[in-house]
Design a protein around this ligand. Structure first.
Ligand SMILES: Cc1cc2nc3c(=O)[nH]c(=O)nc-3n(C[C@H](O)[C@H](O)[C@H](O)COP(=O)(O)OP(=O)(O)OC[C@H]3O[C@@H](n4cnc5c(N)ncnc54)[C@H](O)[C@@H]3O)c2cc1C
Length: 323
């Protein structure tokens, strides 16, 4: 019986949401196709995380443990993972499409000659041949490429965060298998200095304010409104390209997808590359000065107004009401 693996990432705040999302999906695919499932972690001294992972719906957890894996270095983590793949020969390995996930997935694909379906928004098993099928949106979501790897190779997919549901813990603990890879200090980088940037995950936010180029690049009003509403601030790509906001908060086909209850969209035209990122938002409210702006076709509430006049009024009202 082949296995479907989910590569699990964890940071200071615990297990990454997308890692749990792929574990949930792998459990579903495993049940459909009669394949076993395993979570796989690489690291050093992360027993608590390994234990926590074992409480989710997996048949087993592989813990690839080595002192050389204490600090993130994709070359070493990919080499260690490759050794376990060679030993256990899984059918499928899923990764979250995070910076580190795509980095290690690509390295593993090169090392093993695997097929890799990148940034999928759907995963299934083809009942005719038992192969993994992934959907990859293209051209801003206006087409969907249905992808499969070529037969006879390891199948890898990276999964966009926020597209699958997180599973609940099962109430039992799966078997944990430790693996000690052969690694040497010279296998990867020599870390001279390490600085960690704070990444904002807006895919889980309930309320989001999205600022577009209609703000003229001045995000102060959008930030103030977000603060008053307890919402997260997101932007369109041109604003991220200008360096006015980090790439993690860019919405759209080359950014992230929102699943919020509400999104208030300020001065965004509604290009197809953008709207693919707001499809799963429950209520979309857009403010645009142009009544023919395409964004209105994707909005539940359309407000034709100058955001520089309307947003200060909203903030004023919120301040009056005490938030
Ligand atoms: C391969 C590729 C991938 C891409 N990926 C993404 C992506 O992931 N995300 C993304 O966002 N874009 C992406 N883009 C870019 C995308 O095509 C659009 O160019 C971009 O979304 C436009 O951003 P915008 O709506 O902020 O700006 P604009 O298109 O310039 O729209 C500004 C809007 O603000 C309105 N406005 C102006 N002044 C005011 C005012 N005072 N009050 C209210 N409204 C006002 C205007 O009427 C207009 O509708 C991608 C493009 C390519 C080619």
């Amino acid at each position: 019986m082949g296995e479907i693996w989910s590569f699990v990432e964890a940071g200071p705040e615990g297990i990454e949401d997308v890692s749990l999302e792929i574990i949930g999906k792998a459990a579903e695919l495993g049940a459909q196709s009669n394949m076993g499932t395993a979570a796989v972690l690489t690291g050093w001294g992360v027993e608590e995380i390994v234990k926590e992972v074992s409480r989710y719906p997996v048949d087993k957890v592989y813990y690839i443990e080595h002192g050389e894996l204490a600090v993130y270095d994709p070359a070493k983590h990919a080499k260690a993972l490759h050794q376990l793949v060679e030993k256990e020969k899984p059918e499928i390995v899923l990764f979250g499409a995070t910076y580190n996930g795509v980095d290690i997935a690509a390295r593993l694909a090169i090392r093993t000659g695997a097929g890799l379906i990148a940034h999928v928004t759907y995963l299934g098993i083809d009942p005719t041949d038992g192969m993994l099928v992934g959907h990859v949106p293209g051209f801003g979501g206006s087409i969907v490429a249905v992808c499969k790897c070529r037969p006879g190779v390891l199948q890898i997919a990276t999964v966009r965060p926020g597209v699958f549901e997180k599973p609940n813990p099962t109430g039992r603990e799966a078997e944990i298998q430790r693996f000690s890879p052969e690694l040497h200090p010279t296998d990867g980088w020599k870390v001279v200095e390490r600085s960690v940037a704070k990444v904002v995950d807006i895919t889980r936010a309930e309320k989001v304010i999205v600022a577009g180029m209609g703000t003229g690049g001045d995000l102060s009003l959008a930030k103030k409104l977000a603060e008053k509403l307890g919402a997260q601030l997101a932007v369109t790509r041109p604003l991220a390209d200008l360096g006015l906001a980090p790439r993690d908060v860019q919405v759209g086909s080359t950014g992230v997808s929102l699943r919020s209850k509400i999104a208030l969209i300020l001065g965004v035209s509604g290009a197809s590359h953008f709207v693919s990122g707001i499809r799963d938002v429950k209520t979309v409210i857009s403010i645009n000065i142009d009544r023919n702006a395409p964004i209105f076709q994707f909005s539940d509430y359309c407000v034709e107004a100058d955001l520089f006049k309307l947003v200060p009024r909203i903030i004023e009202e919120l301040e009056k009401e005490g938030g």
